[in-house]
Write a protein that binds this ligand. Structure first.
Ligand SMILES: *Cc1c(COP(=O)(O)O)cnc(C)c1O
Length: 241
């Protein structure tokens, strides 16, 4: 269906969707005792062509997220990133770290010490400090990347001593849940861990970002404490692979 829409129509849809999502974010933020300013909306741009990404940026999007190093690098030169940050949100292989360090302002998918060490090493080489989030496999799903819930604290303690990587918070993709209650349990579990780690005031660890919630569940995530939501298809329409 989306295949038949004209560029103009897709532009209009993006505008309309962003307006709607902003209102939803505002409502959910209020329910959690916050305001829309406390929540960052990331536009997830995997499979989306630069012309549409740039339109979202023209409409006020200040942060995009890409899953794959190669896809981001191939689009980068066409994107209006002057006033818009880019984060890597997909699984990162150690051997691709050197290609992405310095190109994005945050890597949200750090889930092992080996990966963190390589990010720190490549960051030193590039004379940058790379911000990152720890990706948590909150539902202990075999199919998903991320570190297990129990191992988050030990990993963070080890990363804290690395020179050129700075932990800014946590990221999670909860399991697909049939009911909201179960889903919110996962979001609450993440929020508790986030608050817990923040309270420990560990040197070099700055718990300011809790990245959770996607097209289907960003409102619930915000109500449970998310500070950043990552929304793709609800902005750009269904992905065509
Ligand atoms: C694709 C993706 C999203 C956005 O998914 P939608 O359901 O399209 O909003 C968010 N986070 C990650 C890590 C993703 O890969």
């Amino acid at each position: 269906m989306a295949r038949n829409l004209s560029v103009e129509e897709r532009f209009e849809n993006i505008e309309h969707n962003l307006k709607y999502i902003s209102e939803q974010i505002e409502g959910a933020a209020k329910k959690s005792g916050r305001t829309a300013d406390d929540i960052t909306l990331m536009a997830v741009t995997k499979t989306v062509e630069p012309i549409f990404i740039n339109h979202a940026i023209d409409c006020g999007i200040k942060l995009i997220g890409e899953n794959k190093v190669q896809e981001f690098l191939s689009k980068e030169e066409y994107l209006k990133l002057g006033n818009c940050d880019a984060h890597l949100i997909g699984h990162l292989q150690t051997n691709k770290v050197k290609q992405i360090v310095g190109r994005v302002s945050m890597i949200q998918s750090v889930d092992s010490l080996k990966l963190a060490k390589e990010i720190s090493k490549q960051s030193i080489k590039n004379d940058v400090v790379t911000k990152c989030l720890i990706e948590v496999n909150v539902g202990d799903e075999e199919s998903k990347s991320g570190i297990s819930f129990e191992n988050v604290m030990p990993l963070i303690e080890e990363i804290a001593s690395l020179e050129a990587i700075k932990v800014e918070g946590l990221m999670a993709i909860p399991p697909i849940c049939e009911d909201n209650e179960k889903l919110c349990e996962y979001f609450h579990k993440m929020n508790s861990l986030f608050i817990d780690i923040k309270g420990k005031n560990i040197d070099n660890i700055n718990m300011s970002v809790l990245s959770m919630g996607m097209s289907g569940d960003y409102r619930e995530a915000i109500e449970c404490g998310a500070t950043m939501v990552r929304v793709g298809s609800s902005i750009f329409g269904p992905r065509l692979y």
